[in-house]
Ligand binder design. Structure first.
Ligand code: NAD
Length: 460
């Protein structure tokens, strides 16, 4: 296990050091928190090229995609937290009852203490910085565990990020499942995990031993219902953009389309021409399409290409982990591509005969992280929204809802628990302490509540 900048410090010693910082109250003042957030801002600005190169080396992420989904989201969260920090930290007054009219009743947002943040590889900068902004803004000490799979980003984070943060409140652990497992044996005051449902269960089990609260930002299969009352070209543009963005390696990507056979007939040629327009006739040479993160995921995805029938794309090449933007049809619900989260540039279309059948299909499965419904009829979109459940929802587009920091981002059921982004992050990383401050006066009046109880107590 490598502890950048910490030499041979043991895990326990490092956690103890962070705990001492927290107990001393060092991270509580707004000025300290703001300094850390400003440090994160400088980290992004000073190292932009280095970070962009790491994203390109790990995922061959096109610069535009890095810009909108990694840099600008992180930067926006930093600005938002810096602008609102003092307002978010303020005690929140609450209504009082008749018996507490003379008292002060408020919610105090307290930092939890020592927070562990565990990060996946698919948006390795965004999913590091956005939770980190929330945890530091809320006044916590943080241990960060980046993904070992996006190894170029891991290296840049390890070498550069600690220079921009106060070392007394921040530490980083590098490693994979084994090191993370060891880390999870220690007690934390909060664990924020982003990753797969499988590992989410491991994290929650470890947290349960210490009764540590968790946020689990997980994945799943996000349905995309396409009503007959749609313009197929518009739907094709929007679904293809969000399905193939980051080469499909996005937790909120539309995972599969549900539509009628008639809509499928209209959608396929539209998808074909959209894909050709986005990535050219040979997507392999397109600068706008990234690559699969590693051989293991490439082989898993190659296996999924054998499900149903390839209607568009289907080509792959292991030598540079290329998988063409692909559409599958005639897919059975029991096939692997409909059983596991795809997490790659493959879009299966499943036929349903009606809106009711689509809603039944969605509700028979685990609650997804995101759900999409396309229709020119707002009634249809509203029905899908009203009769299903998911972490988030977007009508007539892909994961645009995630770009709004004013909306909570998180899963429900098997797609996770808890929420963050913007003020939701600050609240997630804060304990909401219910406080009532009374005086020692009025004892005569209050004494009517004490024993020995008489009918007078009941009239209180
Ligand atoms: P993962 O669960 O394999 O790994 C996530 C983190 O957990 C990594 O840091 C990894 O080192 C660690 N880890 C892996 N195995 C472990 C183990 N046995 N014990 C302890 N720690 C372990 O996920 P991933 O492959 O990095 O990312 C893909 C998954 O993450 C997908 O399911 C995707 O949907 C999900 N995801 C969710 C969101 C969200 O915001 N909800 C965002 C991105 C990705």
């Amino acid at each position: 296990m490598l502890w950048p900048g910490l030499g041979m410090d043991s895990v326990g010693d490092t956690l103890q050091r962070l705990r001492e910082t927290f107990s001393a109250g060092r991270t509580r003042p707004a000025e300290f928190r703001a300094t850390q957030l400003e440090g994160l801002g400088r980290f992004l600005r000073d190292n932009k090229q280095l970070l962009q190169e790491a994203l390109a080396r790990d995922l061959r992420k096109p610069d535009f995609e890095s810009e909108v989904s990694e840099f600008s989201m992180a930067q926006h969260e930093i600005h938002l937290a810096l602008r609102n920090l003092r307002a978010w930290m303020k005690d929140e007054k609450v209504p009082r009852s008749l018996g507490t009219q003379l008292d002060r009743a408020f919610i105090r947002k307290e930092p939890f203490g020592l927070v562990l943040i565990i990060v996946p590889w698919n948006y390795p900068l965004n999913l590091t910085l956005v939770p980190l902004v929330g945890a530091l803004a809320a006044g916590n000490c943080v241990v960060l565990k980046p993904s070992e799979i996006s190894k170029n980003m891991e290296q840049v984070l390890a070498e550069v990020l600690p220079r921009y943060l106060d070392q007394s409140c921040f530490a980083m652990v590098l490693g994979g499942p084994e090191e993370t497992g060891q880390l999870l044996e220690h007690r934390f005051d909060y664990i924020f995990f982003t990753g797969s449902p499988r590992v989410g269960r491991i994290v929650m089990t470890a947290a349960a031993k210490h009764l540590t609260p968790v946020t689990l930002e997980l994945g799943g299969k996000n349905p995309c219902y396409v009503d007959d009352n749609c313009d197929p070209e518009t739907v094709a543009n929007r679904v293809a953009f969000f399905r193939y963005f980051n080469t499909g390696q996005t937790c909120v990507a539309p995972d599969y389309v549900l539509c009628s056979p008639e809509m499928q007939e209209r959608l396929l040629p539209a998808l074909q021409s959209t894909i050709a327009r986005f990535f050219g006739e040979d997507p392999r040479s397109s600068p706008n399409l990234g690559r699969i993160i590693n051989d293991k995921h490439f082989q898993r995805l190659q296996g999924l290409l054998g499900c149903g029938r390839v209607a568009i794309g289907g080509q792959s090449d292991q030598s540079d982990r290329y998988i063409a933007p692909t559409v599958l049809v005639d897919v059975q619900e029991t096939e692997p591509v409909m059983q596991e989260e795809i997490f790659g540039p493959i879009l299966p279309i499943v036929n349903v005969r009606s809106l009711d059948e689509a809603i039944d299909f969605i509700n028979r499965r685990e609650k997804p992280l995101a759900l999409y419904a396309f229709s020119k009829s707002s009634e249809v979109v509203k029905q899908v929204l009203a009769r299903t459940s998911s972490g988030g929802f977007c009508g007539n587009d892909g994961f645009m809802h995630v770009s709004l920091a004013s909306l909570p981002f998180g899963g429900v059921g098997a797609s996770g628990m808890g929420r963050y982004h913007g003020k939701f992050s600050f609240d997630t990383f804060s304990h909401h302490r219910g406080c009532l401050l009374r005086s020692q006066g009025m004892e005569k009046i209050y004494s009517i509540r004490y024993p020995p109880y008489t009918p007078r107590n009941l009239r209180m």
